[in-house]
Design a protein around this ligand. Structure first.
Ligand code: SF4
Ligand code: SF4
Length: 455
């Protein structure tokens, strides 16, 4: 029976278009978050956020302690970096991210005693989160603490959070929306946070709400997560926070679609949520805000899912940023015999990659390992002009036209079709009966545009 209802909000609880792919959350949804043992080394790319990279302030052979700042984000849209383990800087080298980018990175090997197990859990996710603390801090103090903590959007976008909460007289924020939709198939870290540490989310939401001086704070959750809804409703009692239960549909967790679903507001093409008086953060980010402000501790760890039919024992893990993905897979019992493809993130918006040495970054919400059965696809055939890709596009684009323009390197035509408005949700590719890799072609087209702007 559907729990669907949306009370006290102008939106209808859903948005036009979109799809209903299998959720596949059952692999890891009921696995409580486990604390990974500290690794022997971490690799920390200097760019883990949208915007400018940070600058390393440590040198090889230098000792660093847990939580110490090792990279400073000097640009406004940047984020600082902190050591997730105590140890020694081995080198400033180069690493490769799942999206294929080669980036400078700080390599640290572990030395000395490390915080681990229950002590680490208590330090990161805590036990008692004060409910009355927000009024203790001014909005500027909260924004500064978020900035110093190096917090970025942990839902995958990795946009520096301080930029969203810095007071801005030109763009007043009416509503802070906390995104707990987690609509990407397979992934469950946000679900586990909502079930296991709802107090951290409530405290973080009130702090972030004060930072942006929002009149309303709304936590948005899809109706396929009744346990999370129940936990947060219970914890939100007696606070100003409301819970909006929205309909399960992909990509409900996308900013523009969620604003439409709950507030019935349209973010203009090329615009931002702040253009309609909204600030949005995901639940994991908000828990990090609580830690950063209340405890004065930076972002060093995050929760990820290691999941899919290609993993022996799918789990949700609290891991240090910079740990190798291979280690997390090993901790989950390794691959199954028919494992075929590793994806950073989920299958709709994630990136396939091949190296087990690839580090977990601030924006890594999970690792999905698919099997040969999962990825078996028919060969690409000719477009039959069925229009299904346009029917499902939540941005009202015509994906087939954009993709064909990109395939033929016709950048100006792709731009006329609004290629940059595509946020790569993958609905078009998922639905295409001709198996045309539309979103992949669109990504290539966008990359061509970025290159042409630089040259
Ligand atoms: S869904 Fe595929 S076959 Fe149908 S119009 Fe779009 S690209 Fe062509
Ligand atoms: S064109 Fe972009 S936004 Fe539209 S369905 Fe395809 S991937 Fe999603």
């Amino acid at each position: 029976m559907s729990l669907f209802r949306l009370k006290n909000f102008p939106g209808k609880g859903s948005f036009p278009h979109g799809i209903h792919p299998p959720g596949n959350k059952e692999f890891s949804a009921e696995s409580p978050i486990e604390v990974m043992p500290p690794p022997e080394k971490v690799i920390l790319p200097l760019l883990q956020n949208i915007g400018a990279p940070c600058e390393a302030i440590v040198k090889p052979k230098q000792n660093v302690s847990f939580g110490e700042c090792i990279g400073v984000g000097k640009a406004f849209v940047s984020a600082s970096l902190h050591a997730p383990i105590s140890g020694k800087v081995q080198k400033i080298g180069v690493t490769t991210l799942p999206n294929g980018r080669h980036l400078p990175a700080i390599f640290i090997s572990a030395e000395g005693e490390q915080l681990s197990g229950q002590d680490l859990w208590n330090d990161i996710l805590g036990k008692d989160w004060p409910r009355d603390c927000p009024m203790v801090y001014s909005p500027q103090t909260i924004a500064n603490a978020i900035h110093e903590s190096g917090i970025v959007g942990l839902g995958g976008a990795a946009f520096p959070t301080h930029v969203k909460v810095m007071p801005d007289d030109k763009k007043m924020i009416d509503t802070l929306m906390i995104n707990g939709c987690e609509c990407e198939p397979y992934l469950t870290p946000d679900y586990r946070l909502m079930v296991e540490v709802p107090d951290a989310i409530i405290t973080g939401a009130m702090l972030a709400g004060r930072a942006v001086t929002a009149k309303e704070i709304v936590i948005c959750i899809e109706d396929n997560k009744p346990k999370a809804i129940e936990r947060l409703k219970e914890k939100a009692k007696g606070t100003v926070i409301k819970i909006a239960v929205v309909k399960t549909k992909y990509p409900q967790g996308s900013e523009k679609q969620l604003i439409k679903a709950v507030l019935d507001l349209e973010v203009p093409l090329g615009g931002l949520p702040s253009d309609v008086g909204v600030a949005m953060s995901n639940v994991g980010t908000i828990a990090a805000v609580a830690r950063g402000v209340v405890k004065g501790k930076p972002l060093t760890h995050r929760v990820i899912s290691v999941t899919g039919a290609g993993i022996q024992n799918p789990k949700n893990l609290l891991v240090p940023i910079g740990i190798s993905i291979g280690e997390t897979i090993q901790f989950c019992g390794g691959f199954t015999k028919d494992a075929a493809r590793m994806i950073a993130g989920g299958p709709m918006m994630g990136f396939a990659f091949s190296s087990l040495d690839t580090p977990v970054t601030k924006g890594t919400s999970g690792i999905t390992v698919l099997t040969h059965d999962d990825i078996r696809r028919e060969k690409e055939t000719t477009c039959v002009r069925c229009g299904r890709c346009a029917d499902v596009c939540p941005m009202n684009l015509v994906p087939t036209k954009i993709a064909m323009a990109a395939r033929h390197h016709n950048i100006s035509l792709a731009q006329r079709y609004n290629i940059m408005a595509c946020f790569e949700c993958g609905c078009c590719t998922y639905t295409c009966p001709a198996n045309i890799k539309l979103v992949q072609l669109i990504r290539t087209g966008k990359a061509q545009i970025v290159v042409s702007r630089k040259s």
